[in-house]
Design a protein around this ligand. Structure first.
Ligand SMILES: O=C(O)CCC(=O)C(=O)O
Length: 289
C-alpha cells in the first residue's frame, strides 16, 4: 500500500554557467541546489540571531500563525506584532507555532541589502523584493505556489530546511483550492484514501538545504517547507522570462487574491467548503475552470 509520493532527489551544483543553468533548470522549470550562489555574500558571515537583535531589535515585525490559512478574521493576514528582538527570543525558545515571513528587508532594514551581492546568473532579479523568513525548528510552511509567479532563489543561513516540490501541472492532482495558490493536502504524509488523485502525481522532488546553500524554486512549482532547525533565510525573486507569466502573476495578486479575501470576509467557512468541494470536482475531472 502506497503511503508516500515517489520523490526524486534534487541536483546539487557548484559554480554553474548561465548557459547550463538556463538550459537544464531555468527554462524547463527544474529545481536545483546552488551551492555557490551566495558564497561571496558578506551576509553569510555577518548575519545571525544576535546581529539582528542588536541592530534591528526594536523594529516592529508582523508575525503569522496557523490561522493564516484558516477561514475567518485572520485569513491571509498577520496575527500579531512583536518587537523583532522579542520574536527572535520566541524562535530561540523553540516555539514553532508562528513565523515571520515575506519580511522585505529592502523596506524594513535597507542597509542589509549591502550584505547581499545581486546575482548575474540570469537576468530579471528584482531590486525591490528581498524577502526574509524566520521560524523555529519544527515549523512547517504548507503547500503553495508563489502567487506572483516569479522564480525564487531561497538561501538559508544557519541551519537546515527540507522542501517537497511538485511541478505546476500537477495542480489538479494536488486538489488546488480555486481562487488561491494553496493546497490543503499534507504532501509529507499524503492521505491517499481521502485524496485518491494524489496517486496520479507523476513527479516530485525532496531536498534538504543546509546553511549557505540556495534552492532554485522555479515559478509555479508547488513547495512545502519543513524547518529542521531554527533558521532564517532570504528569498530573491526573479521575474519570469515570459510576459504572459508575469501578467498571470499580476492577475493572481490583483484579482484572484482580492476575490478570495472578499469571499472569505463575507462567507468564511462556507466559501472555504465550496473551494474544497470544487478542488475535488476538478481533481476528478468533473469540471472546467
Ligand atoms: O521558508 C518558508 O517558510 C517559505 C519559503 C517560500 O515559500 C518561498 O521562498 O517561496
Amino acid at each position: 500500500m502506497k503511503d508516500k509520493l515517489n520523490l526524486l532527489p534534487v541536483d546539487r551544483v557548484g559554480d554553474i554557467s548561465t548557459e547550463e543553468f538556463t538550459n537544464k533548470y531555468f527554462v524547463p522549470h527544474v529545481p536545483v541546489v546552488l551551492r555557490d550562489f551566495a558564497k561571496d555574500w558578506p551576509a553569510l558571515k555577518k548575519w545571525n540571531f544576535d546581529y539582528f537583535k542588536n541592530t534591528y531589535g526594536n523594529n516592529l515585525v508582523k508575525t503569522y500563525d496557523s490561522r493564516f490559512i484558516v477561514p475567518g478574521d485572520i485569513y491571509m493576514s498577520a496575527s500579531k506584532l512583536y518587537k523583532f528582538t522579542d520574536f527572535l527570543d520566541i524562535i530561540l525558545s523553540h516555539d514553532a507555532t508562528r513565523k515571520m515571513f515575506l519580511y522585505n528587508i529592502k523596506q524594513e532594514c535597507p542597509d542589509l541589502i549591502k550584505d547581499v551581492i545581486k546575482p548575474d546568473l540570469v537576468k530579471g532579479f528584482s531590486d525591490n523584493f528581498y524577502f526574509m523568513f524566520f521560524a523555529a525548528k519544527g515549523h512547517e510552511t504548507h503547500l503553495h505556489i508563489d502567487i506572483d509567479m516569479s522564480h525564487v532563489f531561497h538561501t538559508t543561513f544557519n541551519g537546515k530546511k527540507r522542501f517537497i516540490l511538485v511541478p505546476e501541472n500537477e495542480s489538479r492532482n494536488l486538489y488546488r483550492h480555486p481562487f488561491t495558490v494553496r493546497s490543503y493536502i499534507d504532501i509529507d504524509k499524503p492521505d491517499f484514501n481521502k485524496y485518491p488523485k494524489l496517486k496520479d502525481i507523476k513527479k516530485g522532488w525532496e531536498v534538504t538545504i543546509d546553511a549557505g546553500e540556495t534552492l532554485f524554486i522555479p515559478a509555479g512549482v508547488w513547495h512545502s517547507v519543513y524547518y529542521e532547525d531554527s533558521t532564517f533565510s532570504l528569498a530573491l525573486r526573479c521575474h519570469h522570462q515570459d510576459i504572459s507569466r508575469r501578467v498571470h502573476g499580476l492577475y493572481n495578486l490583483l484579482v484572484m487574491q482580492m476575490v478570495d479575501r472578499l469571499a472569505n470576509s463575507l462567507c468564511g467557512t462556507k466559501w472555504f467548503d465550496w473551494k474544497e468541494k470544487r478542488a475535488r470536482v476538478l481533481a476528478e475531472g468533473r469540471g472546467g475552470l
